[in-house]
Design a protein around this ligand. Structure first.
Ligand SMILES: C[S@@+](CC[C@H](N)C(=O)[O-])C[C@H]1O[C@@H](n2cnc3c(N)ncnc32)[C@H](O)[C@@H]1O
Length: 261
């Protein structure tokens, strides 16, 4: 059952009208929101570029609770969200012999399922946050996946300049563009075609709006589907909204990108 209603797709969470209505409906969330806003303002003043800022957000969130830092507020939810991503990939083309690039892999919420499923060395996870990557290593140990020899690399951009041409059958980014300004998405789409193997695909999720594009605290970004489809097309890629993902109990939408050739 989709969690996206017509009202949620039109909402502009950055507007004062929305914020006041939200505060009236959820008075217990005012204080945590104010604290988060104050922390984010301080981090934005220290770190002027988005990646440095978001890396600092992740450091702060991970220190408090690594699972909540990737958006799951309980172990049960962390397991379920990882499983949902993995099941969808397998239902939509992932095979054990594939090589997969997981952009913004976090603490391997989906990654540990994918690593267990792929042949040795098939998984490549990248993330901007060294703090969450330390948690990723812990998840690897917890799940006894050392022998699968996954690659885990900290990055600060999405040019993939250290990765070979035509290498990955699957590229995956879950809940990453929902935290990314358009320049970051643009950079990724400009370069992902080079690392995709022939016949490969790139699936990413995003927070969808069908109203005004906006962001909240420069942490959560809301885009129109058309904006992202056009951006992919401008980089010579084919892109489509994955309608069947809309039925999953997850607040974001998913786009699949393929190379035109
Ligand atoms: C909400 S978490 C999701 C993690 C993982 N994909 C999952 O579903 O569990 C977002 C992750 O993306 C990372 N991230 C955010 N912006 C990024 C970027 N531009 N490049 C790579 N990683 C990024 C964050 O550090 C964080 O680990």
């Amino acid at each position: 059952m989709s969690t996206r209603t017509a009202a949620s797709l039109r909402a502009n969470r950055a507007s004062w009208v929305h914020r006041i209505r939200y505060a009236v409906r959820h008075p217990n969330r005012i204080l945590p929101y104010a604290r988060r806003g104050a922390r984010d303002l301080r981090l934005r003043l220290i770190h002027r570029d988005h990646i440095a800022y978001y890396r600092a957000v992740m450091a702060s969130d991970t220190a408090r609770d690594p699972k909540a830092a990737v958006g799951s507020h309980s172990q049960e939810r962390w397991l379920a969200l990882g499983r949902m991503q993995f099941d969808y990939l397998v239902e939509h083309g992932l095979r054990p012999e594939h090589r997969l690039l997981d952009i913004g892999c976090g603490n391997l919420r989906a990654g540990w399922h994918i690593i267990a499923y792929l042949d040795e060395g098939g998984y490549y996870g990248i993330d901007i946050s060294p703090d969450i990557m330390i948690e990723a290593k812990k998840a690897l140990v917890e799940h006894g996946l050392q022998a699968k020899l996954p690659h885990l690399t900290v990055t600060r951009d999405l040019t993939f300049d250290f990765l070979p041409d035509n290498h990955f059958d699957v590229v995956h980014a879950h809940s990453v563009f929902s935290h990314s300004p358009i320049e970051v998405i643009d950079q990724c789409l400009a370069h992902v075609g080079r690392v995709l193997a022939p016949g490969g695909f790139f699936d990413f999720t995003f927070d969808r709006t069908e109203g005004t594009e906006h962001h909240v605290l420069r942490e959560d970004f809301y885009y129109r589907t058309g904006t992202l489809l056009s951006l992919a097309e401008r980089h010579g890629l084919a892109a489509r909204l994955m309608e069947d993902w809309e039925e999953r109990p997850h607040g974001q939408s998913k786009i699949r990108v393929t190379t035109r050739a």
